[in-house]
Design a binder for this molecule. Structure first.
Ligand code: THU
Length: 136
């Protein structure tokens, strides 16, 4: 279980990351912070494109940085939606990608740093697509 201090730390890291979000099309800045099994934190932001479908979410960009640094196991991920009135959980694609790197990942999300919603990847993705193919 991730304690409250670490939840807050991850949400704050995700919030700080949103300053580098590239979201000129939606004006919806998102930041993500991933905590790995080695207690390293990696952030990511959404990167949009004028060819809209090529947009990549904050969560998947954080995963890319984590893998690039040699980490493979996610303990927790936090998502901060800077321009939202409501907290937003990871999208379907990001749920699938996060789930590749941990079975019991804790997920925290917020839009104001004060109220943090907590859940798990198994709650968000109850039927693990292609679980038989997963390499651990
Ligand atoms: N977005 C994320 O970065 N993560 C999510 O989980 C949901 C959506 C981004 C994609 C796009 O740049 C903007 O939010 C609006 O959909």
């Amino acid at each position: 279980m991730i304690d409250k201090d670490m939840q807050q730390k991850l949400i704050t890291a995700a919030k700080l990351a949103t300053k580098n979000s590239y979201a000129p099309y939606s004006n919806f800045r998102v930041g993500a912070a991933i905590l790995t099994s080695n207690d390293k934190i990696f952030t990511g932001v959404n990167i949009e494109n004028r060819s809209y479908g090529l947009t990549v979410c904050a969560e998947r960009n954080a995963v890319a940085k984590m893998i690039d640094d040699g980490e493979k196991e996610i303990k927790a991920a936090a998502i901060f939606a800077a321009d939202s009135q409501v907290p937003i959980p990871p999208c379907g694609a990001c749920r699938q990608v996060l789930s590749e790197f941990g079975s019991n990942i804790e997920i925290f999300y917020s839009c104001n740093e004060e109220e943090i919603t907590a859940t798990t990847i198994s709650n968000l993705l109850p039927e693990d697509s292609l679980f038989e193919l997963k390499k651990r």
